[in-house]
Design a protein around this ligand. Structure first.
Ligand code: PLP
Length: 379
C-alpha cells in the first residue's frame, strides 16, 4: 500500500491514520464476486456501523456506492442519518431497530429499520398507515444468537398472518450467524436450516444470512445478499488461514523524544519495564486514549525504518515507549514516523497481542489521529 502525500494536518499531527479507500473497494468487489461465483445473481451490501469499523463511514459509504454497492447497514439511527447525508440514493438499514417514537426520523431520512420483534413491526405498520404510503422494512429472525430478532414463536405468527405486513414493502429477511468464523462448528448448519425454513414460509422476499466469515462457509450461506463488515476493512474472515483481504489502514505515530538510560533503569508508570543494558528509549505520540490498549504492556512491537522495535513498559493515556537501542540514531530522531498498525503488523496481529479481536482494535481507533484518505489499490 503506497503512502499518500502529507498535508498541513499530518505535518502537525502526532499520529496519522491512513485509510486506503481503494483497498476497501477492492475488498468489497472481491467478496461480491465470491458470492457470484456460484452463478446466482447475488448482491453484496456493506456494513458501516461504528464509523465503518473506525475507518470513517462518510468516506467509505460514497466510495462503495461509486463501486456499485447499493445497500448499507449501520447500527444506530444517528449513524444512518449521517450516512444519508453522503449516500443520498441507496438503502440504509438500521440494525438496532426501531426505538419507540423514532418512526418520523426514519421516514424523514429515508432509512429502513431492521424490525427485531412484533412490537416494532406493529409500530412501523402504524407509521405506514399514518403517512399513508408503503414503507420499506427488514425482518430480522433470531436463529440462535438470542440477542436481537424475532423469536421462533413470533416468526411463526408472522408466517401465518401475512396481513401483519400490510402497508410495508418487505425489503429483506435476515438472520445473523453466531460462530461463522468457526467453519466446523455445528451451530452454523443449525442456523442455516432454521433460516431456510423461515425463508420458505415467506416467498418472494430477498434473504441475507452471511457476514464476512459466513461468506466463506460456502454458497449455501449466501442467499440473495451478502452482509460483510470486517472483511471490507481487511480483518481476516478466515482465522487460522491466510488472510484473503487487502490491508486498508496504516497507523503511524511520531517519535517525540529519545533518551539514553543506563542498565537497570525502569521506564514508565509502575516501573513495569527495566533495562537489561544501556538503552535508547523513544517516546511516541499515541496511547490508550487513542485505542492502543493497556493490555499491550510488554507484549507487542512497532516498526521503524525496517526494524521491529519492542514496545516497553505501561501504555500511558497519550504516550507509548519503545526500545530503539538497535535502530540507527539517524532513523529514530524526533518527528520520525513509527508504524503501529499496517502491513507489518495487522489489526489481527495487534488483537492477538492485546488479547482481543481485530474488530475491537479497529473500532477503538482513536479520534485524535490526523486522517489521510487515498485510493491506492484501484490500479
Ligand atoms: C456487524 C454485523 C454484520 C457484519 O459482520 P462482520 O463479521 O463484521 O462481517 C453483519 N450482520 C449483522 C447483523 C451485524 O451486526
Amino acid at each position: 500500500m503506497s503512502q499518500p502525500a502529507e498535508n498541513e494536518a499530518t505535518r502537525r499531527a502526532g499520529a496519522i491514520l491512513t485509510v486506503d479507500l481503494g483497498a476497501i473497494a477492492a475488498n468489497w468487489r472481491g467478496l461480491r464476486d465470491a458470492g457470484r461465483a456460484a452463478g446466482r445473481p447475488i448482491d453484496c451490501a456493506a456494513v458501516l456501523k461504528a464509523d465503518a469499523y473506525g475507518t470513517g463511514a462518510t468516506m467509505v459509504g460514497p466510495r462503495l456506492a461509486a463501486e456499485g454497492c447499493r445497500q448499507f447497514f449501520v447500527a444506530h439511527l444517528d449513524e444512518g442519518i449521517a450516512l444519508r447525508g453522503v449516500v443520498p440514493e441507496h438503502s440504509i438499514y438500521v440494525l438496532n431497530g426501531l426505538l419507540p417514537g423514532t418512526e418520523p426520523d426514519f421516514v424523514e431520512h429515508g432509512l429502513t429499520p431492521v424490525l427485531n420483534h412484533l412490537g416494532q413491526l406493529n409500530a412501523w405498520r402504524a407509521a405506514a398507515q399514518r403517512y399513508n404510503r408503503p414503507l420499506d422494512a427488514v425482518i430480522h429472525i433470531d436463529t440462535g444468537m438470542h440477542r436481537l430478532g424475532f423469536s421462533p414463536e413470533e416468526a411463526q405468527v408472522l408466517a401465518a398472518e401475512r396481513g401483519r405486513l400490510r402497508g410495508l414493502r418487505l425489503a429483506l429477511l435476515m438472520s445473523h450467524l453466531v460462530a461463522s468464523e468457526e467453519p466446523n462448528n455445528p451451530i452454523n448448519g443449525e442456523q442455516l436450516s432454521r433460516f431456510r425454513n423461515f425463508v420458505r414460509t415467506m416467498p418472494g422476499a430477498p434473504a441475507s444470512l452471511a457476514n464476512s466469515s459466513g461468506i466463506f462457509l460456502g454458497p449455501d450461506y449466501h442467499f440473495d445478499l451478502l452482509r460483510p463488515g470486517a472483511a471490507l476493512y481487511g480483518i481476516n474472515p478466515t482465522p487460522g488461514r491466510p488472510n484473503p483481504m487487502l490491508t486498508t489502514v496504516i497507523l503511524r505515530a511520531r517519535v517525540l523524544q529519545v533518551r539514553r538510560i543506563d542498565a537497570l533503569q525502569t521506564v514508565g508508570y509502575g516501573a513495569a519495564w527495566r533495562s537489561a543494558r544501556p538503552s535508547r528509549v523513544a517516546t511516541i505520540a499515541l496511547g490508550y486514549a487513542d485505542g492502543y490498549f493497556r493490555t499491550l504492556i510488554n507484549r507487542t512491537h512497532v516498526h521503524l525504518a525496517g526494524h521491529k522495535v519492542p514496545v516497553i513498559g505501561r501504555i500511558s493515556m497519550d504516550l507509548v515507549t519503545i526500545d530503539v537501542t538497535d535502530v540507527p540514531e539517524a532513523d529514530s530522531q524526533p518527528g520520525a514516523l513509527v508504524e503501529v498498525l499496517g502491513p507489518h503488523l495487522t489489526a489481527d496481529d495487534l488483537a492477538e497481542h492485546a488479547r482481543t479481536n481485530a474488530y475491537e482494535v479497529m473500532t477503538a481507533l482513536g479520534r485524535r489521529y490526523a486522517r489521510l484518505y487515498h485510493d491506492g489499490a484501484t490500479a
